[in-house]
Every structure is written in C-alpha cells, then in structure tokens.
Ligand binder design. Structure first.
Ligand code: T3D
Length: 267
C-alpha cells in the first residue's frame, strides 16, 4: 500500500496534518489535494478537534503545484493543446482555500521550510503562521508566467500593503522567515528546533480557548476588510449578539467572577 500523503496525528484537542511528499517538497498533486481536503473535512467534523496545525514533512513546507503532474505539465508535442490551469485552480485550489478559511477551529501553519507558489498562499491563508528561522516564502508564480493564486492576490496586499505585495509577487525573490515577520506577513519566526513545540504550545492554547469566538473573529475581520465603518459596527453588534447567547460567554464570565480557569466547550 502506498504511504499516505497527509499524515494525521492528534495530541489532546490538537490535530496535526503533515503534508508528506518530502522528495518533491510536498508539492501538490491531485492525490495530495484529495487527501488534504478529506483530512480537513474530517477534522472539521470531529468535535474532539479544537485546533489544527498544518506542516510539512522533510525540508520543505510546500512548493506549490507539482509542475510534473500531468494535469498541469505542458505537452511539448507540436500542436498539442495547452492545459486549462483555470480548471485546475477551480477544481483543486479554490475548494482547499475555502475549506481552510471556513474551518470551525483555528488553523496554524507551522512552516518548517520553503513555502513557494500556492504553498506560500496556503500557509498565509491559515489563521496564524509560525515559521522556522530557516524557512522562506517565495511567490514563485511570476517565475513561470503565472499570477499568485490560492488567495495570493487577496492575501498579500491585505497582509503587507500594495508596495510590498507587488514587490514580492513581481520579483518572486526568496523572503526569509525573519523578513516575513518584520514585514507583517506572518505571526512569528522561531528557531528551527523550537518550531514543532512552539506550534503545539500555541495550538494547545488556542484549543483551550472559546473556539466559536475565535472563528467568528476570523470571519468578521475577513468580512470587515470590504465594509465601511457603520457596516462593520453593525456586523459586530450582530455577531456579538450571537456569541452572547452561546455557552462559552456564560462560562467565561462565570469563571472570571469565580476566579477559576474557564472550561470552554462551544465549537
Ligand atoms: O499550475 C497550476 O495548476 C496553477 C496553479 C499554480 C499554483 C502554483 O503553486 S504555481 C508555482 C509552482 N511552484 C514553483 O514554481 C516552485 C518550484 N520549485 C522551486 O522553485 C524550488 O524547488 C524551490 C525554490 C521551492 C526550492 O529549491 P531547492 O533548491 O531548495 O530545492 P530543489 O532542488 O529545487 O527541489 C527539491 C526537489 O523537489 C527536486 O526534485 P529532485 O531533483 O530532487 O528529484 C525538485 O524537482 C522537486 N520540486 C520542487 N518543487 C517542485 C518540485 N517538483 C515538482 N513541482 C514542484 N513545484
């Protein structure tokens, strides 16, 4: 039997998904897409999971699309039709990006090595990005005549502003994890040997927090980016109304007044 392309492990309420094609820097094939989407769906449906960590096996996080995959590799036979990359993006990357952003629990990217092309976009689309000091981010798209996909055109200018976004996307240079943190592209850069433990500690902390409030915050911030001030305030009122009716709010306030640690359970 062939080895799984996504390794799944769980410690407490934290599930870790490890992309597992290390010889090709965990680049995406159709099979890896299918397994990752299935793993995310399973984590979303599993009430014992309260935080997901996404990382890569070997020395890379993810090098984006596997350029040797027949679905994208140009056919060099004279007169052969070109590949429909739009179809590939629609069928594989769009569902993955939508799934990540709609997870009912926080998702941490633990970027252990190079994150290139769609691999960078997928990492940056997670809720918190921790990267090892030796890791790097490469907007590799322009190098092969493409534009940033998997949310890259949406994420980059919002994360680092138009000037930095265009600098990264047009030049396609390697950005170190340290520079990425300085630029505000990622949450934190940590020492290589500390990445896994720091990611787990952060994930365990998030897992103990009020999950519904965390994912509502993510959704509200994403939506607010396209709203005017009055609309964003109205959105906050509506979402706060909903959270105020949830168990976690009651538990949070009760725990505060009783001077004890809260036990959050909503998801
Ligand atoms: O096409 C569509 O469907 C549209 C969607 C596009 C989304 C995208 O992601 S487009 C961008 C695709 N990705 C890239 O262009 C990145 C290509 N890779 C690289 O530029 C370099 O590998 C890196 C800069 C990421 C790392 O360089 P380095 O020197 O550390 O490693 P390496 O030697 O280049 O790679 C190691 C192995 O992984 C190597 O295989 P080998 O020679 O040991 O058998 C290499 O071929 C393989 N590999 C790396 N990236 C890919 C890959 N194989 C297939 N596809 C890859 N993307």
């Amino acid at each position: 039997m062939s080895e799984s392309l996504v390794l799944v492990s769980q410690a407490g309420a934290v599930q870790t998904l490890t992309l597992n094609r290390p010889n090709a820097l965990n680049s995406f094939t159709t099979e890896l897409h299918a397994q990752l989407l299935a793993a995310l769906d399973a984590a979303a449906a599993d009430s014992s999971v309260r935080c997901v960590v996404l990382t890569g096996a070997g020395r890379g996080f993810c090098a984006g699309q596997d350029l040797a995959d027949p679905v994208v590799a140009p056919d060099t036979t004279p007169g052969a039709p070109s590949k429909d990359l739009g179809d590939v993006v629609e069928r594989f990357y769009r569902p993955l990006c939508l799934r990540l952003r709609s997870m009912p629990v926080p998702v941490i990217a633990a970027v252990n090595g190079v994150a290139a092309g769609a691999g960078a976009s997928i990492a940056l689309g997670c809720d918190l990005v921790l990267a090892a000091r030796s890791a790097s981010f490469i907007q590799a798209f322009a190098r092969i005549g493409l534009l940033p996909d998997s949310g890259g055109t949406w994420l980059l200018p919002r994360l680092v502003g138009r000037a930095n976004a265009l600098g990264l996307a047009l030049l396609g240079d390697k950005l170190s994890a340290e520079e990425a943190q300085r630029m505000g592209l990622i949450w934190r850069c940590v020492e290589d040997e500390a990445l896994a433990s720091e990611a787990q500690a952060l994930a365990q902390r998030l897992a103990s927090m009020p999950t519904k409030a965390l994912v509502t915050t993510r959704a509200a911030m994403d939506a607010a980016l396209d709203m005017d001030w009055p609309t964003a305030l109205a959105q906050e009122a509506e979402l706060q109304r909903r959270l105020g009716h949830a168990n976690d709010y009651r538990e949070g306030v009760l725990a505060f007044t009783q001077k004890r640690a809260p036990q959050f359970s909503d998801r």
